[in-house]
Design a protein around this ligand. Structure first.
Ligand code: FES
Length: 110
């Protein structure tokens, strides 16, 4: 189940390879741009509660590298791709509509 789409930013607000965060209904969401694709995942690392938006986007892997211990999380699925993280974070559907980037927050875990 997904909630109604919520505006993240305008397309011009993030450059290729940038990541930012926003709080929506009390949940921190990290969103990133890779080329012309946009992604959103939960911002809190599943390993030790730091902000993934403070990490570095790995464009080749389409992933975010956690700033604390370096685990890679898939921007597409939220999967933990490398140790020390073993649990995923939620990924959320992103659409671009008329120059606006919108996210639909997934309500269930996983
Ligand atoms: S806090 Fe993210 S990998 Fe440890």
């Amino acid at each position: 189940m997904s909630a109604e789409p919520v505006r993240l930013c305008a397309v011009g607000d993030l450059a290729d390879g940038d990541i930012a965060s926003i709080e929506i209904d009390g949940v921190a969401i990290a969103y990133a741009r890779v080329g012309d694709e946009w992604f959103a995942i939960d911002d809190t690392c599943s390993h030790a509660k730091v902000s993934l938006a403070d990490g570095i986007v790995d464009e080749d892997e389409c992933a975010i590298e956690c700033p604390k211990h370096g685990a890679l999380f898939s921007l597409r699925s939220g999967e933990a791709m490398t140790f020390p993280a073993t649990k995923p974070v939620r990924s959320h559907a992103v659409v671009v509509d008329d120059g606006e980037v919108l996210v639909s927050i997934r309500q269930e875990d996983g």
